[in-house]
Design a protein around this ligand. Sequence first.
Ligand code: PMP
Length: 391
Amino acid sequence: MARSTTHRPYISSRAAALHGNSLGELFLLARERGAIDLALGTPGYPEPATDIIEAAHEAMRAGRNQYDHPSGDLLLRERIAEGLTAPTDAQTELTVTVGATEALCVALLATVEPGDEVVLLDPGYEQFRAAITLAGAIPRFVPLRAPDWRFDPADLEAAFTSRTRAVLLNSPGNPTGRVLERQELDRIAGLAERWDVTVICDEVYSSFVFDGRVSTSIAAVPGLAERSIVVGSLSKSFAISGWRLGFLRADAVRTEALRRVHEITTNGAAVPLQVAVGLAALSADLRTANEEMGRRRDLALEIFTGMGMKIAPAEGGCFLFADVSPLTGGAMDSRAFALELLDTAGVLVVPGGPCFADPARGEQYVRIAFNRQVELLSEVERRIRAARPAD
Ligand code: PMP
């Protein structure tokens, strides 16, 4: 009798536990219908600087096409260090990575043991939970409370145990737009010291903070600084998300460990692209980009509150996290709402469920990216008005 040749590959439990991108199907629909995508954080604003693009061509023509120092181009590391609020030694405390995405995985792999617990705020960036799972660790969520997405200090304290190895923060936050205040960071610092844990903070949106706020890096907060790993990115600030350039900033001892992991994961980011940003970054005007991003936040707020959503203005970053229950009356979940908006107005937003540990908590929220050209946002406004004529 012939034996079945069907081969079922063994998939590791870590890989099997990953869910993949929750947006896949919506994206296909949106593309088919020529919808405006306000779902992804992919920058439509600012434009990548032409001198960076020229410098990349130049670096390739000049022969910078082979392996180089895995820790990253030194000139780029020096430029990154100049832009950080905490004094940073580019030689010993900075590592250039393949986006913040690699940086996050490297930070976790270098810090946690399988079975350790990682404390994180909820709702949060979907990939945090996945990266923690991939590292074999266990997420411990601290709920942020609507409408202003702050944590209750008692919930924070209750999340720490003797199994906690790290805290994973994100400020300015995706999807909430929260910029963690000094008092909140001090509270986290107190617990991090008490339980002797590492604090990893994803600061990829640090160039975008609004209404006169400053974004405080954890590397500049006493009590956090000495136990911090900052995850950074050039994707948003320079609008080069496809170049896949990010970085890790940590003390020299942690940096040695991070670099050993980084040598295994990627052994370095694209050399000519690093060289290009290193040479040209000084000319990019981040202050103007921040002001312009604030204008876009205001415009998006006007459009979507005008439509009837309830939204706490984003303090930083590039997303609004909007409560759609005034529009749905609770009769529709966030996915159904996103599908309806896609159908009626041709605008794609992200259903809130996957941002929460318990997706049911996200059923009344959608995430809206506003890092787009003003003309595109105006077209969104036109489409929404046309779809919902005033009654
Ligand atoms: N962290 C957060 C909070 C993000 O929103 C994103 C992009 N959506 C990333 C990291 C990924 O950054 P990178 O492009 O540098 O990998």
